[in-house]
Design a protein around this ligand. Sequence first.
Ligand SMILES: [Zn+2]
Ligand SMILES: [Zn+2]
Length: 487
Amino acid sequence: MTSPLDRQAPCPNCGAPMTFKFAGARAQVCQHCKFVVARTDLGLAAQGRMADLIEIPTPLRVGVTGYWGADPFCVEGRVQMDRAGAPGAPWQEILLSFPAKGTSAWVAYAQGRWYATSEQALPPGGVPPLEYLRPGGTVDLGPHGHWVVAEVGQRRVVSGEGELSSVPAPGAITRYADISAAGGRFGTIDYGDGRAPPELYLGQQFDPAALKLESGLPLEAPEAKVTAVDCPNCGGNLPLLSQQSERVVCQYCGTASDLSAGKLSALGPSPRPPIQPYLPIGSQGLLRGCQVVVVGFLIRSCVVEGERYDWREYLLFGGERVGYQWLIEQDGGWQHVVPIEVGEILDSGGSVIFRGGQYYFKEAPVTATVDYVLGEFYWKVEIGERVEATELEGPGGKVSREVAPTEVTYSFCSPLPAAELGQAFGIAAPPGATTGAGGFLGGCANIIGTIVVVIVICIVIALFIGGVGDGDGGYSGSGSSGSWGGK
Ligand SMILES: [Zn+2]
Ligand SMILES: [Zn+2]
C-alpha cells in the first residue's frame, strides 16, 4: 500500500519535489528536468530524459477532469511516440484514471477514430513471439478471444508528461503488434525491447460524445486548418489539407518532400505522371454525403503474364471525422473506395466475410507497384512501393486486400457511375479511358489544374527546344528516376 509519505519524494535526477497523486502510476515525468522517474521497490529511479513535447493539440490536457458516461475521470499523463525508421509523424496516447473504479485507460486518436485501451492480463500461455505474427493472420489470446494482426512494427517513445501507468524508456526502440477484432475492438501487444514480458492492451473505438469534459469543451480532434507550405524546390505555394500528411510531391515541379513540424524538406525529384489527374489536386466535391477534397494522385500498375496494366488512384480527404477515401479509375470505369477496419473482416485466404456477405477472389493476387505520385499522403509513399493486392468479389462490390511486409489493409470498392462522379465534383461527365491529356483538359475547371497544364506544356516545349536543361530544378530526372525514399 502506498502511504501519503510514499507519494512525495525528490526527483532522483534533479532533486525537484515530485508528488504521485495517481495510485496506479508506475512512473512520472519530472516537470523540472523531464526525466522519466520510475517507482521501484527500492524507491524512485531516473530512467532517461524525454525530449520536449511535440505540439499535438488535444483538449485532454494533464489535469483535465470530466465524466465518461457516469464515471469521473482525470487526465494523468501522455506519451508521444513515432515509428522507428520513419520519424516525423508522431502520435500521442493519453492516460485517463477513473478514481471511483480504481482503473485507467489509454486514449488515442488516429485518422478520424478514437480508441481506448487498458492493460489486460496475458493469456495463461502468454502471447506468441512477434516473429510468429504476420499482418492479416490471427492471434489466439485465450480468454480474450481471437484477433486479427493489423500491423507489426517498431516504435519509440519520444516525449511525454505527467504520471504514467507504465515505464517508458525514452528513445529506446520497442516492438509492437496492433490487433483488431469485430465490433471496433482494438488492441496492442507491446513487446517492449524484449527484456521484459510483453504487455497486452485491449479496448475499442469509442464515440467521443461519451466523454464530457468539466470545462464543457467538446472532445473533438481540432479540424485541420487549411494551411500552406512552400515547396523547397520551386517555392510553389502548396495547400496542406490534412494534418496527417507525411509526404508531399509538389504538383508544380514534382519535388518530393517530407513534412515535419509544418515544414517541407526536399528529398528529390519525382518522375512526372504521363497524364494529368482528371480531378486536379484541390478539387472539392460532395461524394455520397461526404464533403471531400482531392489531396493526392497515384498511378499504380501490375504485370500479369508479361502485360502491364495500370490504373489511377485519387486520395480524398473528408476532414478529421470522415478521414480518407479513394477513387480508382481504370479504363474509364470508376470505383469509390472506403477503408474497412481489419477486425471487420473474416479472412480465410481464398474468401472473406464482410458484413455477413461472402467475397471470393476470381483472379490471383497481383503485385501492385506505385509508378507516379502527386500531392500529399498520410504515409511515406515511394515510387516503386509494392503491395500484394487481391480483389474479392461479392455483394455490392469488391473487398480489396493489400498486404505489405508490416501491414494489411482492407477496403470496400463500389462502382461509381460517371454521371454520379461528375455531379459530385460539379464537372462534365468524365470521358472514357483517360489515356491522354486531352481528357483532362476538357474537365479542367480550376486554376490549379490550369497552372499544371501550362507547366506541362512548357516542359513539352522545353523538351522540343533542346532537352531538359540542367538548371531546370527538379525536372531533369523526369520519367526515369527511381525512389527518393528512405533517405
Ligand atoms: Zn527532475
Ligand atoms: Zn515545387
